[in-house]
Design a protein around this ligand. Structure first.
Ligand code: PRP
Length: 207
């Protein structure tokens, strides 16, 4: 039998995911560190380390059977994956922020620009508030969008709040509380259900 393929997100959630899997009995620590290797055969699994926003894509298309994905990317992407378990790791929030010294007046009808990596969630938030704004898509260092005047506000992840504070940005509103979940490819669930159930069960016991 081929090993199950697990997609882990590069970056800060990677370490937390490895710690959680260790508690459940899988030592995936070989996937950490500054290795350039992208595919790891460890602990009976094949582990792919991918950009966090790409985890749902790998799982939805079956290139990975399982993955660890944040609620932010799952909701932005709308991927059709099974989500059996919230892992409680990678806790942060998706928030609107603006320069502390240049607040947006929500009552004014001025043209507002919002920079973000999350255009769909930003659009959804604007619509829920009955507001209109131009959305400017960025791929990283979103805070710079507001600092340079490219945008009036940003929508980005906030964890400790240190990045906002260091750049004199003020959190205006939380749009979405975020944690990471275990996601499973729908076909894999049918074809390899027993193995996947065992993994979900062992993780559930330590979450
Ligand atoms: C994330 C996020 C913020 C920062 C928030 O960026 O986009 O910039 O972390 O964390 P804090 O509240 O603890 O300061 P990341 O480092 O993942 O890189 P990116 O800006 O390129 O997305």
């Amino acid at each position: 039998m081929k090993p199950l393929v697990l997609a882990l997100p590069k970056g800060r959630v990677h370490e937390e995911a490895v710690a959680l899997f260790a508690r459940a009995g899988w030592d995936l620590s070989a996937t950490l560190g500054d290795t350039r290797l992208l595919v790891h055969d460890v602990a009976g699994l094949r582990v792919l380390v991918v950009r966090s926003a790409d985890v749902p894509t790998y799982v939805e298309h079956g290139a990975a059977d399982l993955g660890v994905a944040g609620r932010d990317v799952l909701e932005e992407d709308g991927a059709d994956v099974y989500r059996p378990l919230d892992l409680g790791i990678g806790a942060c929030r998706l928030s609107v922020a603006e320069p502390a010294g240049r607040p947006v007046d929500d009552r004014a009808l001025a043209h507002v620009r919002v920079a973000t990596k999350y255009p769909r969630l930003t659009r959804r938030w604007l619509e829920s508030r009955g507001r209109f704004a131009e959305i400017i898509k960025l791929s990283g260092s979103i805070e710079l969008g507001a600092l340079t005047g490219l945008a009036d506000r940003i929508v980005d992840l906030v964890s400790s709040g240190k990045t906002l504070a260091a750049n004199h940005l003020r959190e205006v509103e939380v749009i979405l509380p975020v944690t990471s979940a275990l996601v499973v490819n729908r076909a894999s669930l049918k074809l390899r259900g027993a193995e996947i159930d065992a993994i979900v069960g062992r993780l559930r016991a330590v979450v």
